[in-house]
Design a binder for this molecule. Structure first.
Ligand code: TPP
Ligand code: MG
Length: 543
């Protein structure tokens, strides 16, 4: 007779799970033993938060839930930020946590926290498993819920006595493919009519446009209609082959160069926009009309209240919409004359030689060493705005950033998950000196896993983004600076290789050599953030 933990692991294998990320505790020992005898690999991390970020990123990149494991109480609570990251970011993920036995109480309340209760508001589903017999169906249901649009995290708590208890040999529930319905014909007709009548149409690609399943239909729509597009931060890189129609990325909500196009548009086709993102533009009375195209209806917000909706599987629905529009849009490119001006202003000063380098120069140099299919994973800090605006992408999910929870600490773990999933592609984590230190212990995990990974740490000796906001809002410069370890030596102490960039011309060759050598590298470079005020405040507000 299989015990509960055997049933759990068999159910995970049934879902095609290949890796479980986590930090086990004594309440997970049965699960660990069942894992030992399975085909699933345990990826041990040095903090549960990193395990959750890695599992969520696995879900983001594959569309199938990443799985993470932690013990009860303290371990489970360390998953909470990762749960919120996956919830806001719509990343499918399964969290499994241990618990004291539920049939007796031999340790009274030691370490007991209501984890299911704590996870409920952060997940799509949070359940305690109370008998081995229910495990096959509960696991199948958890995967179904995690993957269903809008995807997100689910949580199962497995108490140690249920894990160790023998249960009946209940059959597993085989997963089957599920197609998402395409949009209703009436909705497609209505949207087509609005697009045919538009004088200056614009496509905007949002976060849900980056789902792995959406890419092909989306690229076809842009190519067949020839309507130019902008992206949100999380919608970057979703139109392979359509780059001559790219007009920019909205990293700010208003007044950026890209808003010249957004404000002139009379119709915006917002594909996959998810209002968890910082608004790419602010709807108001008298602004452009908006058609929302996505898997799920638009949530109505003060700044987003579309006039029409096309709800259904995005790729096939867009194909049907393109059938109604192709060859019938003489004004499709009305906004294109703005393109060169916008892109030229964004590229301004990207090749400047000053040291420490500007954010523009760093973005430019990173692009030069990362091939089209290479993956850059960002942590959260001031540089995220610069990468979102200035880093051009041509392949979906090649700039992984979090404009939803926008948590610090996810840059390195998400890059590690990408490196695990995509061996052979160049993967770069870009972190501030603040965010990097929030999960820097995972350098050990990266070295132990034998990953090929480069980590670029941008040093300004401060929580720069907050310091910038402090200055913009007219506060005194106070309370946000810190000292750093010697990052090159720090990396070396983990068995990684550390490098320090000491001249502007060194960044490209240092990154290139690190990628070429393989293994884990940390490249520390100081950054000159005076550009934050010069460009993002003075220049934008004077135009
Ligand atoms: C976990 C977490 N804590 C605090 C914040 C608020 N916050 C946003 S950016 C930032 C500063 C980031 O500093 P750093 O990583 O050094 O990047 P920099 O802006 O200096 O380039 C802070 C504190 C956050 N987003 N996430
Ligand atoms: Mg910093």
């Amino acid at each position: 007779m299989p015990k509960g933990s055997d049933l759990l692991i068999a159910a995970l294998e049934n879902e095609g799970v290949q890796r479980v990320f986590g930090v086990p505790g004594e309440e997970n020992l049965d699960v660990l033993e069942s894992l030992r005898g399975s085909r699933i690999r345990l990826v041990l991390t040095r903090h549960e938060q990193a395990a959750a970020f890695m599992a969520a990123t696995h879900g983001r990149l594959t569309g199938r839930p990443g799985v993470c494991l932690a013990t009860l109480g303290p371990g489970a609570l360390n998953l909470a930020t990762g749960a919120a990251y996956a919830q806001l970011g719509a990343m499918p993920m399964l969290m499994i946590t241990g618990q004291k036995g539920i049939m007796s109480s031999r340790q009274a309340r030691f370490q007991i926290v209501d984890v299911v209760g704590a996870m409920r508001p952060l997940t799509k589903m949070a359940r305690q498993i109370v008998s081995p017999a229910t495990i096959p169906t509960l696991v199948r249901e958890a995967f179904r819920v995690a993957m269903e649009e809008r995807p997100g995290p689910v949580h199962l708590e497995l108490p140690e006595d249920v894990a160790g208890e023998d249960g009946p040999d209940v059959p597993l529930v085989p997963p089957h493919p599920i197609e998402i319905p395409v949009a209703h014909r009436a909705a497609l007709d209505r949207a087509a009519e609005m697009i045919l009548a538009a004088e200056r149409p614009l496509v905007m690609l949002g976060a849900a446009a980056s789902r792995p399943r959406a890419t092909a239909g989306l690229a076809g729509f842009v190519r067949r209609t020839r309507i130019p597009f902008v992206t949100t931060q999380m919608g970057k890189g979703t139109v392979p082959g359509g780059t001559s129609l790219y007009m920019g990325t909205a990293a700010l909500s208003e007044r950026d160069h890209v808003h010249a196009a957004i404000e002139r548009a009379d119709l915006i086709i917002a594909v996959g926009h998810d209002t968890v993102e910082k608004p790419p533009f602010l709807m108001g009375p008298g602004g452009p009309r908006v058609i929302h195209v996505s898997y799920t209806p638009a949530t109505v917000e003060e700044v987003y209240f579309p006039h029409a909706e096309v709800v259904g599987d995005v790729g096939p629905s867009l194909e049907l919409l393109a059938d109604r529009l192709e060859g019938r849009l003489p004004r499709a490119g009305a906004l294109l004359p703005l393109r060169d001006g916008i892109l030229a202003r964004i590229a301004d000063r990207a090749a400047e030689d000053r040291f420490p380098p500007t954010p523009q120069r760093i973005v430019h140099d990173v692009r030069a060493v990362v091939p089209e299919d290479g993956i850059v994973a960002l942590d959260n800090g001031m540089y995220k705005i610069w990468f979102a605006r200035n880093y051009r992408t041509r392949v979906a999910n090649t700039l992984l950033l979090d404009n939803a929870l926008a948590t610090m600490g996810a840059g390195l773990p998400s890059a590690m998950a990408a490196a695990l999933l995509c061996p052979g592609r160049r993967v770069l984590a870009v972190c501030g000196d603040g965010g990097f230190m929030m999960n820097s212990q995972e350098l050990e995990t990266a070295v132990r896993l034998g990953l090929d990974l480069v980590v670029l740490v941008l040093e300004d000796g401060a929580y720069g983004m907050i310091r910038w906001k402090q200055a913009v809002e007219g506060f005194a410069d106070w309370g946000l600076a810190f000292a750093n370890p010697d990052f090159a030596a720090y990396a070396a102490s983990y068995g990684a290789r550390g490098h320090r960039v000491q001249a502007a011309a060194e960044l490209i060759p240092t990154l290139e050599a690190a990628f070429h050598a393989g293994g884990v590298h940390l490249v520390a470079v100081p950054i000159d953030y005076s550009e934050n005020v010069r460009v993002l405040v003075d220049e934008l507000h004077s135009t």
